[in-house]
Structure formats: C-alpha cells, structure tokens
Design a protein around this ligand. Structure first.
Ligand SMILES: [Zn+2]
Length: 218
C-alpha cells in the first residue's frame, strides 16, 4: 500500500524532479491547487446531476444487485434480522452454485465477508434488503459518498502575496560552508545496484557499486 502511494506521488510530481528547491516548492504548490480545484469541480458537477455515491461504490453495488436477483432466501430469525441466502444451482460455474450465506442485517455483516470488508452491501445482503423492503443503497458506507469527497477537496487555499511584498526573514542568515563545496568534477553514483541494473551494468567491473566515493577527479 505504501509503495502504491509513493508511486502515485512520484507520478504526480514527475515534472518537479531536478528543479531548484524554490521552483520545486512552487511547482508542488501549483499542482496541489490544480488537483483540489479539478476534483472539487468534478464532484460538484456529479452532485448537481443528482448522484450521491462515487462511481466505484455505485457500480459495485449495481453489479451486486444484478447478481442478487438469482438468489433465494430462507427465513431464519426475523427477531434478530438474521437471514440465510442460498445461491442458485449452476452446474456451468466452477463452484457449482447452491452456496449458503448468513446475513445479519442489524450487525451489517455477511458470512462471505465482503460487506464488512469493503463497506458496500454484497449481493447476499442486497437480496435480504429487497425481501424486507429496505433500500440497500443506504447501507453503503458514507466514506463512498460524494459529500465526503467534496469535504476532502473543500480546503480553502490562500493566494500567496506577491514576492515584492515579502518581509525579510528574521533571525540568523545561513550561508553554505565553503569547505564543503564540491570541486568541479564528474559525479559517480554510489547507489547499490539491483537486478534491474543487470543489463545496463553487465560490462562494468564487479564491486564498483559499493564505492563510497562521490567524486572522481576529472
Ligand atoms: Zn455476502
């Protein structure tokens, strides 16, 4: 998951690589504003069209609803709102059908595990909701609602002041240490190579990768 998020950010900030720090900050800031502006506009338009749920949640629910039409219900415990749903017999499918699931409506769970895991009623739960005249779409977790998404992108950014109006920074001034300045020379990578570098480095001498040398006199 963390890797996926990192890849996501890498993709968004691809153009910022190699820029000076001030330009990198400005680029990231502009991207962020653009990102929030576009998404807020898109979600507002969807709300104006009368939509309430994200595309993912609605299409998942819709697919589950279509599947639920083939199931049949066995009364189990009306008092505790526990129901048994049996899928139809299907000799053409790998599982063969005729599977039994326990739906607990009050607890919002199904023995298939999908409802409690993703927060969208599974086909078994929808079958029960239809039987007891409950609108199953209301059981979708609010985190999938467009209202929640709109709140996420409703942050009010402040237009930055013109640079000519900036105050001089208070406190000590930081200067680079002249002793640590690099001489004019060619840089050598000190990164440890992996299998992805195999083809590129096959002609190089072994062991070069572990060198800690940053500079080679040109
Ligand atoms: Zn289920």
């Amino acid at each position: 998951m963390i890797t996926n998020i990192s890849e996501c950010f890498n993709g968004v900030l691809k153009g910022a690589r190699g820029l000076p720090i001030a330009a990198m900050v400005e680029f990231t800031w502009s991207k962020l504003i653009e990102y929030f502006y576009d998404r807020h506009k898109e979600i507002t338009n969807k709300l104006l069209e009368g939509k309430k749920w994200s595309t993912y949640a609605f299409s998942t629910w819709e697919g589950n609803r279509r599947k639920s039409e083939k199931y049949y219900l066995k009364a189990f415990s009306n008092q505790h709102m526990i129901y048994q749903v049996v899928t139809s017999l299907n000799m053409c499918s790998a599982g063969g059908g005729n599977h039994s699931y326990e739906v607990r409506l009050q607890e919002r769970t199904c023995s298939c595990g999908k409802w409690q895991n993703i927060g969208i009623p599974c086909s078994h739960a929808i079958r029960v909701c239809d039987a007891v005249n409950i609108d199953s779409i209301t059981y979708i977790h609010p985190c999938y609602s467009l209202d929640y998404a709109l709140n996420t992108y409703s942050h009010a950014f402040v237009v930055p002041k013109s640079q000519s109006l900036w105050r001089d920074p208070m406190g000590p001034k930081w200067l680079p240490n002249p002793v640590l300045l690099r001489a004019k020379s060619r840089l050598v990578k000190s990164r440890i190579s992996n299998e992805m570098d195999g083809v590129r480095n096959k002609d190089r001498e072994p062991g070069w990768q572990r060198e800690d040398v940053d500079l080679i006199e040109s």
